[in-house]
Design a protein around this ligand. Structure first.
Ligand code: NAP
Length: 300
């Protein structure tokens, strides 16, 4: 077996999920935020490396890539990198994007929460930048903790869905109540909220997704913003990883995948070595005692 075949098997090992009931994706996907930037305001790697990482991710079996038009540093954007690396896209590649508060180009300053017309314009920006006629999955990204009523904003996206520009809708940074509010307007295929071994305040949202067969896509699964301490490696995490001969990143991702069949991971990296590591996490099966130990309150 070649290295590629071996790795493809490991991505597949995590199993698959049907987004919105009809869009099949591997439960191991890829988040593109870290390609054009290391973090907001901090430049990313050389675009040639970013393109190589995207191509390798797809080669490894990734068919779900998460992006947004507001992932950019100066003139390097995630959407343009994805297009350069992967267009014309494979039929089975699902590109998910998010609209919400935008960022001004090129300086990156965050703009105030977008209204319905700005959200519609942002959908068109994503279509143009990615070179697509229809977006597979568009999240309304709410600004935590609460940036107001969502009915008009989600309704605007539902109108674009009716027009055929969006296949499925999602919601990001949502509470259980906001999920229910969105569902009164249109079906929700996926929820994307912050969640990791070290950050589990949204477990009620995860439970709601599991009960209703909605995908739950945890963001910041590994490190978080600026090396956030809340998800830093604990001695316990390191000990568990050492016993499996795995990295702590792989343990964090395997823990997420074990939480619920609804969980789809999208770890982001600009490092070829980290990519290989992350994509293999689905092959790691943690024993129930280790899953429980990582889930216990004292590990946070
Ligand atoms: N909806 C939202 O509000 C929201 C917010 C943030 C992110 N997101 C989405 O969620 C995706 C995932 O979040 P994220 O990319 O920010 O995840 P993350 O958990 O913060 O991990 C990314 C960071 O971890 C490092 N890393 C990756 N793999 C590693 C490994 N195996 N070992 C050690 N370090 C590793 C990366 O650096 P290297 O490049 O050096 O590997 C990067 O700094 C994003 O790409 C984006 O698509 C959504």
């Amino acid at each position: 077996m070649t290295k590629t075949e071996e790795s493809t098997t490991t991505v597949t090992t995590a199993g698959r999920w049907a987004l919105g009931g009809d869009l099949s994706v591997s439960r191991t996907g890829f988040g593109a935020m870290r390609l054009p930037m290391r973090d907001f305001g901090i430049p990313g790697v050389d675009p040639r490396q970013a393109v190589a990482v995207l191509r390798r991710a797809v080669e490894l079996g990734v068919d779900h890539i998460d992006t947004a038009a507001f992932y950019f540093h100066q003139d390097v954007t995630a959407n343009a990198l994805i297009r350069e690396a992967l267009h014309p896209y494979r039929d089975d590649l699902v590109i998910a994007t998010k609209v919400g508060p935008g960022r001004r180009r090129p300086d990156g300053e965050w703009l105030s929460p977008a209204g319905p017309e700005e959200l519609k314009a942002a959908v068109h920006d994503n279509l143009r930048e990615l070179g697509l006629d229809r977006l597979d999955l568009v999240y309304l990204r709410l600004q935590p903790p609460n940036d107001g009523a969502l009915a008009e904003r989600f309704g605007a996206l539902a109108e674009l869905q009716q027009e055929g520009l969006i296949r499925h809708l999602g919601i990001s940074n949502a509470t259980v109540e906001q999920l229910a509010e969105a569902q009164r307007i249109a079906p929700v295929a996926s929820v994307q909220n912050r969640f990791s071994v070290g950050s589990r305040t949204d477990s009620a949202v995860l439970d709601a997704c599991t009960e209703q067969s909605i995908a739950f896509v945890p963001y910041y699964p590994l490190v978080g913003k600026g090396g956030d301490q809340a998800v830093s490696d604990t001695a316990q995490l390191e000990a568990i990883a050492a016993r499996y001969g795995a990295s702590t990143a792989q343990v964090k991702l395997a823990w997420l995948l074990a939480l619920s069949p609804s969980v789809l991971i999208i770890p982001g990296t600009s490092s070829p070595a980290h990519l290989e590591e992350n994509m293999a996490a689905g092959a790691l099966t943690l024993a129930p005692a280790d899953l429980a130990a990582l889930t216990a309150p004292h590990t946070v």
